[in-house]
Design a protein around this ligand. Structure first.
Ligand code: PEP
Ligand code: MG
Length: 750
């Protein structure tokens, strides 16, 4: 007879009795497997526990050969038990021996048993053992039985931890100095005090005294959670539209998910406390999705974990998140993972830095951190386990180091560097209101790159003239689902409103490659940077871009719209892109909706092949924007993200400079404005070389506006041009050293 919902309740009560009775560990384990086997009408119940990192030892069994206890050891990954431990997920098989992972251990005598269900024993998300039930008959266990077994595994895990079975590393005292390494995901450094993003709620009481009361508590907490999410949605100001809204809507969907609630209610009915029910369902979800490679599913797991944590906080009466609490003025956030919307919840004036256990360069929270100018490090393993609220911390994203409770010499070294940096920033701030004019009176257009509303808000602070590149894909990347047309429109309207009369050059979606949308399935490609991305994807599947063009046209009603297409490789691609725009313009007119007063259409120059089509392309476009990040990697055939090749070929060498000179020259002869929006223009020495070649328009990251403006205001274009041309003529390869000499001689401030 399968396990009924009444069954586990009685089982849990008996297990609790076993715990209360005391006795040695082996006696208790023996008793536990006996109870589980009886309760589940199973011939066999066995517990395997982790020994070291790689081994699983049979520690107790009811039904298998008792002599095999402490003798049978499997490696993680070996056999069915090893497979469960490796993937932290249950296996439910009607015929165990037919499974390709099955290994036969003669000492156990398990050849008699066909049906098999095993679940991981998890502690804090780590596998500490495996609990297995087997039967003679060939049948699959039903989902409820597997879930009940997972609940039992959770109680078992708690018992093992309480009896000291879980071997924790000897802890250093909280005031001990600790150093961590990781990956710097932004520039910069910070010193401040740790704020744990999510104070961890430990579930200590697992088995309920009064299931009715626990059910009432669970339902009340769910009610509060739904109300909280609704309230967040209602009060979410438009500045987060798109970035934040979509995540909150996903939360609302999950918070109202009947399946989720039902599983937690079932767990309470089996005799768990409300907190333990939340944790148990969350553990099961993590076990199922934790090893998932699919980015979309991983993100959904993150949403669920976040909601489960919120629910636990409500149940424990600690509903506040760190972002809602009073923050110290020098907060350095520490978390395992964090979504982009959660970072946006914090008061950024008090945020000094962010440290995550996970998180890589392309992580969406890293994109937001860069936009907010918050120094951030990712992949800092182990930090969340030892960090405590209020500890002193130094985060150095430039050196990729974190120091918790830093010793005096580290604090001194850091303070010196921070002082120098602050002095530099002050110098740049003084230039904010001044124009980018050279000493010989040439006005240079110095624009800023942006991609999120939080970047745009910094335009005044940066001292940029316009937004020369708005990477529209970032809004799509930080959202939990595809933004709708009206949501896109709201973001673009807000951008245009925030910049006042200044221009914004919107680049249509550049997705694909390393820019992954979590909710769109993407194909695995061998060379994603050279793959099906940007306009290639848009022209093959025009639905997405047509919506985007529609949103851009509507948002620019009554004003000028500047728009450009990424990764254009052939003239035909440009023309096809332009046709899509024309279709949307015609559609707007057909519905009698107001459109932009004027539309300027340009393209990015990121593919060398386009350089040799400029004479045909330029008469058809209003402006060109050189994306040196992509252009140079394709020009040199050297992956920009690969440390072995990324810096191998200098931008300040003759070949790329000659190509850029040719581009500038041909644009000039067609009277088409050319701007340079890759990172190259953001480095003062490189921008100086470009100024010397005749470039007069740049769009750079906001943090580079100050340094580049300082360089521009100290340069004399005529003198510089003569010197740069001379250097190019007489050199065969790199002219970096010569450029540094020129800067020295001409008093150009780098
Ligand atoms: C470029 O390629 O130079 C560019 C600006 O585009 P992105 O960095 O967004 O690829
Ligand atoms: Mg590019």
């Amino acid at each position: 007879m399968p396990l009924t919902l009444e069954g586990p309740r009685i089982l849990l009560r008996r297990l609790r009795q076993v715990m209360a009775d005391g006795g040695d560990r082996q006696t208790r384990l023996d008793k536990i497997v006996e109870l589980i086997a009886a309760s589940m009408n199973a011939a066999v119940c066995s517990v395997y526990l982790k020994r070291g990192r790689e081994a699983l030892e049979l520690c107790a069994t009811e039904g298998l050969n008792p002599d095999a206890v402490h003798q049978t050891v499997l490696r993680v990954g070996e056999g069915l038990v090893g497979d469960i431990a490796q993937h932290a997920r249950p296996l439910n098989l009607s015929d165990a021996a037919a499974h390709p992972r099955f290994v036969y251990r003669p000492e156990t005598g398990e050849e008699n048993y066909k049906s098999f269900v095993g679940v991981p024993v998890l502690s804090g998300g780590n596998v500490t053992g495996v609990l297995v039930v087997q039967n003679v008959t060939q049948r699959s266990f039903v989902d409820e039985e597997v879930e009940a077994l997972q609940t039992v595994a959770m109680v078992l895990s708690e018992m093992l931890t309480a009896s000291g079975e879980a071997q924790a590393e000897p802890a250093l005292p909280p005031e001990a100095a600790r150093q961590f390494s990781g990956i710097g995901l932004t520039d910069g450094m910070a010193m401040g005090h740790i704020v744990l993003h999510e104070p961890r709620i430990e579930v200590t009481k697992l088995i309920s005294d009064d299931p009715d009361e626990e059910m009432r508590r669970l339902e009340a907490a769910i009610y509060d959670l739904r109300r909280n999410v609704d309230r967040m949605l209602a009060t979410d100001d438009v500045s987060h539209a798109g970035e934040h809204l979509a995540v909150l809507e996903a939360y609302r969907m999950f918070a109202n998910d009947r399946g989720w609630l039902r599983r937690m209610q079932d767990a309470v009915r089996t005799g768990l406390t409300a907190e333990a029910a939340v944790e148990s369902v969350n553990n099961a979800m993590r076990a199922r999705l934790g090893g998932e490679r699919d980015i979309y599913l991983r993100q959904r797991l993150h949403d669920f974990e976040d909601l489960s944590n919120r629910l636990l906080r409500i149940l424990s009466g600690r509903a506040q998140l760190a972002s809602e609490d009073k923050l110290p003025r020098d907060a350095v956030l520490v978390a395992r993972t964090m979504g982009p919307a959660e970072l946006l919840d914090y008061d950024r004036r008090k945020l000094r830095g962010l440290i995550l256990e996970e998180g890589a360069m392309g992580a969406h929270v890293a994109i937001v951190a860069r936009a907010l100018n918050v120094p951030m490090m990712g992949s800092v393993r182990g930090i969340a386990d030892i960090a405590r609220d209020g500890q002193e911390v130094i985060l150095d994203a430039d050196q990729a180091e974190v120091h918790v409770n830093p010793p005096a010499d580290i604090v001194d070294a850091y303070s010196n560097r921070a002082r120098l940096r602050a002095r530099r920033l002050k110098r740049y701030a003084r230039l904010r209101g001044l124009p980018a004019v050279t000493r010989d009176g040439v006005r240079i257009r110095l624009d800023m790159n942006a991609g999120l509303l939080v970047d745009v808000e910094r335009i005044d602070e940066s001292g940029a003239d316009n937004i020369g590149l708005f990477r529209t894909e970032l809004q799509f990347m930080v959202a939990a689902r595809l933004p709708r047309v009206n949501e896109q429109q709201a973001v673009y309207e807000r951008v245009l409103k925030d910049v006042g009369g200044r221009q914004v050059v919107f680049r249509t979606l550049d997705i694909g490659g390393d820019k992954v949308l979590p909710y769109l399935r993407s194909n695995q490609e061998e060379n994603p940077a050279m793959g099906w991305r940007a306009m290639r994807m848009a022209l093959d599947r025009p639905g997405l871009i047509r919506y985007q063009l529609r949103a851009l046209l509507r948002a620019s009603a009554g004003r000028e719209l500047s728009i450009m297409f990424p990764l254009i490789t052939t003239l035909a691609e440009f023309e096809a892109s332009r046709e899509l725009l024309d279709l949307e313009v015609a559609r707007l007119a057909k519905f009698g909706r107001p459109g932009p007063e004027r539309i300027k259409v340009g393209t990015m120059l990121e593919v060398p092949a386009l350089v040799w089509q400029l004479d045909q392309l330029l008469p058809r476009i209003d402006f060109l924007s050189v994306g040196t990040n992509d252009l140079m990697q394709f020009f040199f055939a050297a992956d920009r993200g690969n440390p072995m090749t990324g810096t191998r070929y200098g931008m300040l060498s003759v070949a790329p400079l000659r190509m850029l000179d040719h581009v500038r020259d041909i644009c000039e002869s067609h009277n088409v404005p050319v701007s340079l929006c890759g990172e190259m223009g953001g480095k003062p020495l490189q921008a100086m070389a470009l100024l010397g070649l005749g470039f007069r328009r740049f769009s750079v990251p906001s943090a580079a506006i100050g340094p580049v403006k300082r360089m521009l205001r100290s340069a004399h274009t005529q003198r510089l041009e003569t010197a740069v041309r001379e250097a190019l003529d007489k050199s065969a390869y790199d002219i970096r050293a010569e450029l540094e000499n020129i800067a020295n001689r001409q008093g150009i401030k780098l």
